[in-house]
Design a protein around this ligand. Sequence first.
Ligand code: PTJ
Length: 247
Amino acid sequence: MKIPSSHPRALSLSLRNLIVEGIEKGITSIHGLIAHGRGEAFDYLLGEKTTHEAQHALRVAAAELLCAEYPIISMNGNVAALCMKEMIHLAQTLNAFIEVNIFHFSKERVKMIESMVRENGGKNVLMNADDENFILLPGIDHPRARMHPRGIAQADCIFVPLEDGDRCEALVKSGRKVITVDLNPLSRTARTATITIVDNIMRTIPLLIEEIKKLKVKSKDELAKIMNEFDNRKNLDEMEGIIRRGA
Ligand code: PTJ
């Protein structure tokens, strides 16, 4: 459905359309609708804007990604539908691989997202759709534990937006740094990740790319200072406070 630009909720409705189109194309899981609705509700409560706290978290995330030896950008079906081009740009800025890694696992959907990344100009893309070509993440008892051997399995830092709490916890337990984007500051993912950016992914990715470009000139010591001064739990508590008080 075409949304008239005069509609007061035009932007929000157009994002819903992207998710619906993603499902129609076969790249987004039907469960993605529920996840998106939950995100929408929190975004509404946050006034649909990037807060100072989210800006802080994404600066720390930029520092962490720049310091990582082998960062990986993980892409799921919602992220592919909402901001495929921006994620490709992020991966190019970091010179990192994108790994198509989905929660509701199906080989068909993994392959479809992978070819869409390539169609959109993403060259460094990995997927775990072949039966031999994966390593299992300990603690997850399901095909969604699959990690590509040259992707998440090797990574010391993973950017994994809109993630499930169970797998986020397993990734952190495995010793990897996990950076997520999640509009719900109370979610298990938000509370388990190393760095949580409580913001809409549509606003986050361009800001994160900008921040990476700004921080690229900083020394390792300066980046370490940015990371060491950050307390994820405190940032989440502040985000929760903003929601409770009303943005
Ligand atoms: O494609 P798949 O199979 O990997 O599945 C992807 C989803 C997102 C369906 C899957 O990972 C899932 O079920 O996630 P959850 O457990 O529902 O968590 C998704 C989180 O993302 C929720 O806490 C939402 O509030 C949040 N969220 C949804 N949309 C956005 C968002 N956060 C930031 N920006 C959004 N646009």
